[in-house]
Design a protein around this ligand. Structure first.
Ligand code: PLP
Length: 466
C-alpha cells in the first residue's frame, strides 16, 4: 500500500515510512492512495473473531509491503494484551437503541491507548530494522500525552517530548504523564492553550533542519497509523450489532477529528455505517463547518471536556481532501489561506462529500450533565464528560429508530471525577491497575510558549542523528 499527501507535493511512501514520518514533507497528512474494500462476506467472516484477529484482518491491507500478517498479529497481540478487558473494546447496552463502546480499558484509561499501544510496537519494530533513533514531539490536551508516554517509556531508540497547556489538563491526566520518570520521557508545561502547544509542535516540524537533525516524529492523530488502529473498533462493534446485514450509527465526541475520521475510513472500506455524529462541546468549529461550511477559528473556551477544547482540527484536512475530490494542489492553496486568515469556506464538493455520512451537534454543559444523569438513571452507567457529549448528541440524532446508535465512550469516568460527581453525585474511583498515582513523584519543565524556549530545551536533551 502506498500513501499520498493531502497537499499533493510530497512523495508517495509505504506504510513503514509514513508511520515514522507522521506529517508529510509538504505539510500535508498521509492517506492511502485508494481505500481497500471489504465485501459483505468478508465482513460477515469477522463475526465471532477476537479483537486481535479482527485487527489483523482490518489492518492487513494498510500495512501490506511493510509487515507480514504474522508480524502484524504479533504486534497486535502485544499491544492489546495490555488491556484490562478481554474484549479490548466491549459494548454496553444502555436501552433498546443506545450502546456505549468502551474504549478506555487500556493502561491510561482513554481511547488513545488503542492506537498508541500499537504505534509504540510499530515504532520499535521499524526502528530496530533500520538501527535508527527517533525524537517524538507532541502536544496534548490531556489524553494523547499519557497514552503516548506509556507506549514508549523506557524504549531505547526513542525520546519523547510532550507539551501540555499548563493548568488545562486534569490532575489525573497530568500525573499520568509527569509521574513516568523514565530517562527518555520529557514533559513540558506551556504557558498557553492546547492550540498554542500544537502550533509550537508544527513549527518544529516545519523547521526542516531541526526536524532532520533530531529525526522528529509525531504521535498526534496526524499519524496515519493511529487512525488505522482506530478503524478496527468500528468493525468490531458493528459486526457484533448485526453488520453487514444492518447499518449502525456512531456518535463520536470529537476534537481533532481523528476518531470520527476512522469511522469514515471504515465506511469507505464497505462497513454499513448509517451516520457518523460529530459531537463537539462549545468549541464548535467542526459543527459550524459541517452544518454551514464555515470553518473559522474561534477562541478556545476551557470546558469540563479538555480533550475536546480545540479550535483547529488537524484531521479535518483528510476529510476535505478525500470528500472534496483528492485535489492536493487545490487543498494546499485552501489550507494556506486558512493558515493566514484563520477562516475558510468549504467548497460545494467538500460539503456534499461530507454530508452523505456526517451529521453534527454542539453540546453545552447542561446537555452534557443531563446525559451523564440519564446514563446513570437509565442504565446504571457512570460515564465521563467526553462520552457524555457523545451520548447527548446520540440521543438527539435524527434517524430511523430501528438503527442502533453506538456512542464511543472515550475515557474512564475516574479521569474526571469532579465533573462526574457534580452531575451524578457519584465520585468514581481509579481502577486498581492505575495504582498509587497521587503518591508518585512528578517531574516536568515549565516553559513560556515560544518557539525559541521550546526548541532550546529539546535541542539540549534530544539525541541528534549520527
Ligand atoms: C482525544 C479525545 C477525544 C477527541 O478525539 P479526536 O480523535 O481528537 O477527535 C475525545 N475524548 C477523549 C477522552 C479524548 O482523549
Amino acid at each position: 500500500m502506498q500513501y499520498v499527501s493531502t497537499r499533493g507535493s510530497a512523495p508517495a511512501l509505504g506504510f513503514e515510512d509514513v508511520t515514522l514520518a507522521g506529517l508529510a514533507s509538504d505539510g500535508g497528512l498521509y492517506l492511502p492512495e485508494s481505500w481497500p474494500s471489504f465485501s459483505a462476506d468478508q465482513i460477515r467472516a469477522l463475526s465471532g473473531l477476537s479483537y486481535v484477529e479482527t485487527a489483523v484482518r482490518v489492518m492487513a491491507p494498510f500495512v501490506a509491503g511493510s509487515l507480514s500478517e504474522a508480524e502484524l498479529r504479533e504486534l497486535c497481540a502485544a499491544a492489546y494484551g495490555r488491556f484490562s478487558h478481554d474484549a479490548v473494546t466491549p459494548l454496553v447496552q444502555l436501552d433498546h437503541r443506545h450502546w456505549l463502546l468502551e474504549l478506555f480499558h487500556g493502561p491510561t484509561l482513554a481511547f488513545k491507548d488503542v492506537a498508541l499501544q500499537l504505534l509504540g510496537q510499530l515504532f520499535e519494530r521499524f526502528l530496530s530494522r533500520r538501527d535508527d533513533h527517533l525524537t517524538i514531539v507532541g502536544a496534548t490536551s490531556g489524553d494523547t500525552g499519557s497514552a503516548a508516554i506509556d507506549a514508549v517509556a523506557g524504549r531505547e531508540k526513542i525520546d519523547i517530548f510532550m507539551l501540555h497547556p499548563e493548568g488545562r489538563v486534569s490532575d489525573v491526566q497530568r500525573r499520568q504523564m509527569t509521574t513516568v520518570l523514565a530517562p527518555n520521557v520529557y514533559n513540558i508545561a506551556i504557558d498557553g492553550s492546547f492550540d498554542d502547544a500544537q502550533a509550537l509542535v508544527k513549527a518544529m516540524f516545519n523547521d526542516a533542519a531541526f526536524a532532520r537533525r533530531f529525526n522528529l516524529s509525531a504521535v498526534n492523530s496526524i499519524n496515519w497509523a493511529r487512525l488505522m488502529a482506530q478503524v478496527v473498533y468500528y468493525f468490531y462493534a458493528a459486526v457484533r450489532l448485526g453488520a453487514p446485514e444492518r447499518a449502525i450509527a456512531f456518535s463520536v465526541p470529537t476534537g481533532n477529528f481523528g476518531d470520527v475520521f476512522a469511522g469514515y475510513v471504515a465506511a469507505k472500506m464497505g462497513l454499513p455505517v448509517a451516520k457518523l455524529m460529530v459531537a463537539t462541546n462549545v468549541n464548535d468549529i467542526l459543527h459550524r463547518a459541517l452544518a454551514d461550511g464555515d470553518y473559522s477559528q474561534g477562541q478556545v473556551v476551557a470546558t469540563a471536556t479538555p480533550s475536546m477544547d480545540i479550535q483547529v482540527s488537524s484531521n479535518f484536512e483528510r476529510l476535505l481532501f478525500d470528500a472534496g475530490g483528492r485535489d492536493g494542489k487545490a487543498l494546499a492553496e485552501q489550507m494556506k489561506g486558512f493558515e493566514a486568515s484563520k477562516a475558510m469556506r468549504l467548497t460545494n464538493a467538500q460539503r456534499e462529500g461530507a454530508s452523505a455520512l456526517f451529521t453534527s451537534a454542539r453540546v453545552d454543559a447542561d446537555a452534557m450533565t443531563m446525559a451523564m444523569r440519564w446514563a446513570y438513571d437509565a442504565a446504571g452507567q457512570v460515564i465521563d464528560p467526553h462520552s457524555a457529549i457523545g451520548l447527548a448528541a446520540a440521543r438527539a440524532i435524527d434517524l430511523d429508530p430501528a438503527v442502533p446508535v453506538v456512542t464511543l465512550a472515550t475515557a474512564h469516568a475516574a479521569k474526571f471525577p469532579t465533573a462526574v460527581e457534580r452531575a451524578t453525585g457519584i465520585r468514581p474511583s481509579l481502577p486498581s491497575r492505575v495504582g498509587d498515582l497521587f503518591a508518585r513523584e512528578e517531574a516536568y519543565a515549565k516553559l513560556p510558549g515560544t518557539f525559541e524556549a521550546v526548541t532550546a530545551y529539546v535541542a539540549e536533551r534530544a539525541t541528534p542523528r549520527a
